[in-house]
Design a protein around this ligand. Structure first.
Ligand code: ADP
Length: 543
């Protein structure tokens, strides 16, 4: 017997309806160079209509790719809605990619239009003569002369919108139509395109809203510190539109902790989201100045593991971190570490430091690294995380790297983890970062966490380097807190680690540096560290 319910398409157009009819008065705030820009969801929807009219006039049709090279602000949000809702595909370009990779992603996606923020024109110029599919450039904040060195038609964003009526005839879309594309950062080989559908974005937004996920409500004011070019900004733009939450965008100041603290305070943020490096810097400011953010009820954090010291420090200043795990291929929400009703208080911190349990809609399993067999949830056995669900990629654009998908329809994530009997993942490492020493495995992530718990340490990244006897041995790159620069020794760190990790895990060398290289998404760039690392002393003397 078939169910007798309506086959209502799950598309982002439904969010436009909600924003206009239910939340028109709610505010969207964006930090600008000098001040903040404010308008309402009502204004947003009006401009989304004008934008769709303008894009249509420029020749954009269903299925066409429209790329963005832009910061976290209201214009980017307008593109997030207008492009998919008119049936075209939003391709958020990662503004920190190397020119070759940027060129690759634009060509691979066959972008026809690029909408670029004026300040990012130099990024586009580096590839301007190598992207033949691009025929139209739209410049945001186009005050002043438009760029000459860029080929194709060039338009000013505001002028385009001003020339249109706010009445786009939204087409009826199949829910499986492509809505957006995002490329993985391509740590090995070329970036790979993940193509999200309306349905996947819709269901993902519903998941983000759940109480045991991010729990966004109409009464929240959310400050996403995740770039909008990266993994749908963790789903915040659509989830906020669905719930009617106030949104606070930090503009181009994602990496400026001072701006973030001021903005959160002035605009009354209740939920913030970002990678650990952001919160390390925010915590520094709060501890140094004694300032607090009492209205913030949760700080979502993922992208890399939360160091214990960070979570404890944030608890001390009254900011509760919620650990989450995911990746571009999972839209990105995969799991959340919310504490269970049966967790005894003394185990809470331990549970919150894990990467969490599968979010509703996502199924997770771990597979033996050698045999691929499914492993037990005993908190000990570790293997590659595999997952499936309605917002998990089934393939990459142009069928790149098909080996990442199993024959029975699961995504191979490249992350290595244990799962405990309660279903909580604990990421041990990435398959490519785990250190193989004398046939045993050392988790670079655990070592980093242990080192970062040292009171004089700001950041630490651990990589494995070639060793003549042990194959690889760990080396730690350590950034002391500014006030302890030059005042912390390798012996001190080793001594601190002695009772925290197994003896054979102790790094062979501790190297102090001023700053760790970061990836386009503010994670420690271990690939860059490895590329420039001095060989181990043991390897130098052996050769
Ligand atoms: P990339 O890091 O390659 O740019 P993503 O931004 O999609 O790609 O990052 C996904 C990866 O980030 C995951 O595969 C995982 O290795 C890591 N990651 C995400 N969340 C966490 C977390 N909470 N703890 C540890 N690692 C995480």
């Amino acid at each position: 017997m078939r169910g007798l319910m309506q086959d209502y398409p799950l598309t982002l157009q439904h969010l436009l309806w909600r924003m206009e009819r239910l939340f028109a008065r709610k505010e969207i705030v964006s930090r600008t160079e000098q001040d903040v820009h404010r308008y309402t969801y009502g204004d947003l929807v009006e401009r989304v209509n004008r934008l769709a009219m303008a894009l249509h006039r420029l020749g954009v049709r269903e299925g066409d790719r429209v790329a963005t090279l832009a910061w976290n602000d209201y214009r980017h949000l307008e593109l997030y809605y207008a492009v998919p809702c008119m049936g075209a595909v939003l391709h958020t370009l990662n503004l920190r990619l190397f020119p070759d990779q940027l060129e690759f992603t634009i060509r691979d996606a066959e972008d026809g239009v690029v909408v670029v923020d004026r300040t990012l024109i130099p990024v586009l110029e580096r590839v301007a003569d190598r992207i033949p599919s691009v025929r139209t450039i739209v410049v945001i904040d186009g005050d002043g002369p438009l760029p000459e060195r860029i080929r194709g038609e060039v338009h000013d964003y505001e002028r385009l919108l001003a020339a249109e009526e706010p009445r786009y005839p939204w087409p009826r879309l199949d829910e499986n139509t492509a809505a957006a594309m995002c490329y993985t950062s391509g740590t090995t080989g070329n970036p790979k395109g993940v193509v999200y559908s309306h349905r996947s974005q819709f269901l993902h937004a519903m998941c983000v809203l759940q109480a045991d996920s991010m729990g966004l409500s109409e009464r929240d004011a959310v400050l996403p510190v995740v770039p909008m070019f990266h993994a749908n900004c963790w789903g915040v733009p659509y989830a906020a539109g669905m719930a009617g939450s106030k949104v606070i965008f930090p503009g181009r100041f994602l990496g400026d902790a001072q701006v973030l603290v001021d903005l959160a305070e002035q605009e009354g943020a209740t939920v913030m989201a970002g990678v650990p490096t952001i919160w390390i810097n925010v915590l520094q400011i709060l501890e140094r100045t004694g300032r607090r953010l009492p209205r913030v009820r949760s700080v979502l954090c993922g992208g890399s593991a939360i160091p214990r010291g960070l979570m404890e420090g944030m608890d001390r200043v009254g900011l509760r971190m919620i650990h989450a795990w995911g990746m571009t291929e999972t839209s990105p929400v995969g799991s959340f570490a919310q504490v269970r009703s049966w967790t005894p208080p003394e185990r809470e911190l331990e549970v919150r430091l894990k990467q969490g349990a599968a979010a509703p809609g996502v199924e997770i399993r771990i597979a033996d690294l050698a045999t691929g067999e499914e492993l037990p949830w005993d908190g000990v056995a570790f293997g590659e995380i595999q997952c499936r669900g309605p917002w998990i990629a089934a393939a990459y654009n142009r069928n790149a790297d098909p080996d990442r998908f199993t024959e029975d329809g699961w995504l191979r994530t490249g992350d290595v983890a244990t799962i405990d009997p309660d279903g909580y993942l604990a990421i041990v490492d990435r398959t490519k970062d785990v250190i193989k020493s004398g046939g045993e495995w050392i988790s670079s992530v655990e070592l980093e966490g242990a080192i970062m718990a040292h009171p004089k340490v700001l950041e630490a990244a651990v990589i494995g380097l070639q060793h003549p006897t042990w194959q690889e041995r760990p080396v730690a790159y350590v950034v002391p807190k500014p006030e302890f620069k030059g005042q912390v020794t390798a012996e001190e760190i080793q001594g601190f680690l002695a009772d925290k990790v197994a003896r054979w895990w102790l790094p062979d060398e501790i190297r102090f540096i001023d700053e760790l290289p970061k990836t386009s998404t503010m994670k420690f760039d271990k690939k860059a560290l490895r590329a420039t690392a001095e060989p181990l002393a043991a390897a130098r003397s052996a050769s």
